[in-house]
Design a protein around this ligand. Structure first.
Ligand SMILES: [Zn+2]
Length: 432
């Protein structure tokens, strides 16, 4: 008689408030780190192996500029007025920048330096049929976060094409540029390179790098999700040798874009009780929005927002310090709700890179029929699959692997040991 599968049942989990999410595999296009170096043996520059060296005269730098190139890495060396040097390193990732600098610094005896990460670019290449949707996503994004927006349109075969649509925004303390654009000569390109890129750049400006990358990843995936980019819309990089990073939409960001864009959501907000609207305003102010922008997002007049703010102030939930509103309310209901949010990801909607990267990062909690509950870092998420996932067990006794589909707990075919969640190493998901 088959044993009952000892893996936990789905109903044993508090699944919280589930919402449909997604995930995208973005390509890291370029990154830049600047290094300020006290001393440098420039006379050794031509001894560098593998690097090409070019010297350029410059009006700004009396000693001119040296440019080193190796594969996809470029190092530009400036001799500063105070006798120090600046090395601008541009490569395909921050790690590549660091490695390249270390290699060059060793040869040029540049041992005393300061590292300044500048920016990182992430992109997804997508099919042009979604260009209009992506532009709409950028419009909504600009409405909420932007301090500047510009676009260039071109005509191609009787259709208006967004050659560049760029938004410069301030997001969670970082300067973020988001844009969709085309290759310079896209008309004569073949394959994926004929199609546009959705790109997000984060400028670090001395702020924490890891958090900045996280904000950029979230912004990119939120835009992609808002534009409803699906598996068939995602194209290959169009360039060799780029690293990839998994990006997931941010529910708060998505909510704001929807609130700004979707009429139904706005009407829902308008029908909410005063108490809820007070919560909403407090929440937006706590996110760092000005009262003016908060009013815009809630689609109420500035005067109305000021009235609500005055009420919050009277209740001691809000104080004004200089030009800034400080939220005093300790816990907001919206924040509590957010903690319970659990993303549901339809795995069949993801392109193969996103699928692979997501599965690599999961620790499995339960696998049943077409549903997987897993953790990714601190967060729990639910994965839905159209085809039942294959479970790959590794026997603790004889260390052999077994692939299994089905509800009952398998026994090891080699030694007879019962296999359960502890032995479950990974899942293999086939997509339709
Ligand atoms: Zn065994």
């Amino acid at each position: 008689m088959p044993q009952k599968d000892p893996t936990p049942r789905l109903h044993e989990f508090d699944k919280g408030v589930a919402y449909i999410s997604s995930a995208y595999a973005a390509h890291i296009h370029r990154a830049r780190i600047d290094y300020r170096v006290k001393k440098l043996r420039l006379d050794k520059i031509d001894e560098l192996e593998g690097w090409t060296h070019e010297y350029k005269k410059s009006e700004r730098y009396e000693h001119g500029v040296h440019i080193l190139r190796f594969n996809k890495t470029t190092i530009t060396i400036f001799h500063n007025k105070d006798g120090t040097y600046t090395l601008q390193v541009v490569s395909t990732s921050l790690e590549e920048c660091r490695e390249a600098f270390e290699q060059v610094a060793l040869s040029l005896e540049a041992f005393d330096y300061e590292e300044m990460p500048r920016y990182l670019e992430l992109y997804i290449r997508y099919h042009e049929r979604k260009e209009r949707a992506v532009c709409e996503a950028l419009e909504a994004f600009a409405d909420v976060y932007a301090f500047k927006q510009s676009s260039v349109w071109k005509w191609h075969e009787g259709k208006r094409v967004a050659y560049v649509n760029r938004v410069q925004a301030q997001l969670r303390g970082y300067v973020i540029h988001a844009k969709t654009y085309r290759h310079k000569r896209w008309r004569s390109e073949e394959g994926a390179r004929r199609h546009p890129k959705l790109e997000v750049v984060v400028y670090f400006k001395g702020k924490e790098v890891a958090r900045g990358i996280d904000v950029a990843r979230r912004a990119l995936a939120t835009l992609a999700k808002f534009a409803n980019l699906r598996r068939r819309d995602i194209l290959e990089a169009g360039e060799e040798g780029l690293l990839q990073v998994l990006c997931e939409p941010d529910p708060e960001m998505l909510r704001l874009l929807n609130a700004r864009h979707g009429r139904s959501v706005v009407e829902k907000i308008a029908r909410e009780s005063l108490e809820t609207r007070r919560e909403q305003l407090l929440w937006l102010l706590k996110q760092g929005y000005s009262l003016k922008v908060a009013a815009k997002i809630m689609r109420i007049s500035y005067r109305h927002a000021r009235r609500i703010a005055a009420e919050c102030k009277r209740r001691g939930e809000l104080v004004r310090r200089g030009r800034k509103w400080i939220v005093k309310a300790k816990r907001l209901r919206l924040e509590e709700e957010r903690k319970k949010l659990v993303p549901i990801i339809h795995i069949d909607e993801l392109d193969k890179d996103a699928r692979r990267m997501l599965l690599e990062q999961l620790s499995l909690e339960a696998v049943q029929d077409h549903t997987i509950i897993a953790r990714k870092g601190e967060e729990r998420l639910i994965i839905k699959c159209k085809l039942a996932p294959r479970k790959v067990y590794e026997c603790q006794v004889c260390h052999r692997e077994l692939t299994w589909i089905g509800e009952s707990a398998p026994a090891c075919p080699y030694c007879g040991a019962i296999l359960d969640l502890k032995n479950l190493k990974r899942v293999v998901i086939d997509v339709v």
